[in-house]
Design a protein around this ligand. Structure first.
Ligand code: PMP
Length: 347
């Protein structure tokens, strides 16, 4: 249950509400996947999806936004009336914008120019200021989005840069919320946890909690796009958003994952579309990737196992891409998606 505040009315009945939208972050439900799992056969484990798009900002990143701001307030790095400056265009930006707006901070985001207008408009809708920088320049170039955000954080009075890639409050937020929620929701019966890896915060914090709580019994499987460093790649480009890296972030704890599975863009997007059509879960591309990886892990489990796969965000932001037939056809993914097959699964 989400946190709820009950206030007695004059008649004595309690009015149910939360004090503000931040209290709605976390406590997301587990939903059983019944259709995309059908090829697993009679000995299939229970496969449950942790649906993070039900957070108020629409993604798992609301969790880290709240905790990073809490920690910065506690340490004094963020003072009343201060400004949050971060190079992000995606879910972390939305989470930070939401928290900033509730707590009276200014928010300045720096985005590369490849970011879609809709994403920028969402940040602006929460009252954030957005600077757009050229993608086609070296990260060390003063015009790059890394350089501009560093400069803005330095030059803005009261400026604070959360830096989700190195901020310990990122994995800690998952250690303190996502992990305990999954443990309680499965009554400690979880045996396998599967999640995509971007900054590494989710897998490091949630995975570590579940390993500790289970005395090492829970198997932790990371999923990343083919080409990313986590599965041994060099940072080769891929299309799935929010996951995979071309460097090793400090937020990633290399000791937690038992295994890293690499999934292709085609398989990620095919599964993403199946989740919408067959499970009623309109989710983002990294969710399809995570589920494709989860099904591979599930093939080695039995019906006594409980697998939880985390779905980081919703699909509204991807309607023009993954859910668009022309976009899919341009990249050669449409045939696979309309047949509904995920290559490695059948292979
Ligand atoms: N999927 C999406 C859509 C994301 O935005 C993120 C965060 N970058 C992830 C997956 C991965 O989460 P984490 O950064 O905790 O590894």
């Amino acid at each position: 249950m989400r946190a709820a505040t009950g206030r007695p009315t004059e008649e004595g009945a309690a009015v149910q509400y939360v004090e503000n939208v931040i209290e709605l972050v976390g406590d997301t439900p587990l939903v059983r996947l019944t259709s995309v799992t059908r090829d697993l056969g009679p000995d299939a484990p229970l496969v449950l999806a942790k649906v993070e798009y039900l957070n108020p900002g629409g993604s798992v990143k609301d969790r880290i936004a709240v905790r990073m701001v809490d920690a910065a307030e506690a340490s004094g790095a963020l003072q009343p009336g201060g400004t949050i400056v971060e190079p992000t265009s995606g879910n972390t930006g939305i989470g930070l914008a939401l928290v900033a707006q509730q707590r009276g901070y200014r928010c300045v985001f720096v985005c590369p120019d490849k970011v879609g207008k809709e994403k920028i408009d969402v940040l602006k809708a929460y009252g954030a200021e957005v600077h757009v920088c050229p993608t086609a320049v070296d990260p060390l170039d003063p015009r790059s989005y890394y350089s501009v955000s560093d400069r803005l954080a330095r030059e803005t009075p009261g400026g604070w840069k959360p830096d989700q890639y190195a901020n310990p409050a990122n994995p800690r937020s998952h250690y303190e919320s996502t992990g305990p929620e999954i443990w309680a929701q499965t009554e400690g019966r979880i045996t396998c946890f599967v999640t995509g890896v971007g900054t590494g915060g989710t897998i490091s914090g949630t995975g570590r909690y579940l390993k500790e709580a289970s005395g090492g019994r829970v198997r932790v499987v990371g999923v990343d796009p083919e080409g990313s460093v986590y599965s041994g790649g060099t940072g080769r480009p891929y299309l799935v958003e929010g996951v995979g890296e071309d460097f090793w972030p400090e937020a990633y704890d290399r000791t937690v994952a038992d295994e890293i599975v690499a999934v292709s863009d085609g398989d990620s997007f095919t599964m993403t579309r199946r989740l919408a059509r067959e499970e009623g879960l309109l989710v983002g591309g990294s969710c399809g990737m995570a589920v494709a990886g989860a099904l591979r892990a599930a093939r080695r489990l039995t019906k006594d196992d409980v697998l939880v796969v985390l779905l980081p965000d919703g699909g509204r932001g991807y309607l023009g891409k993954i859910y668009n037939d022309e976009w899919m056809a341009d990249y050669g993914f449409l045939e696979q998606a309309t047949q509904g097959t995920v290559g490695e699964l059948l292979g």
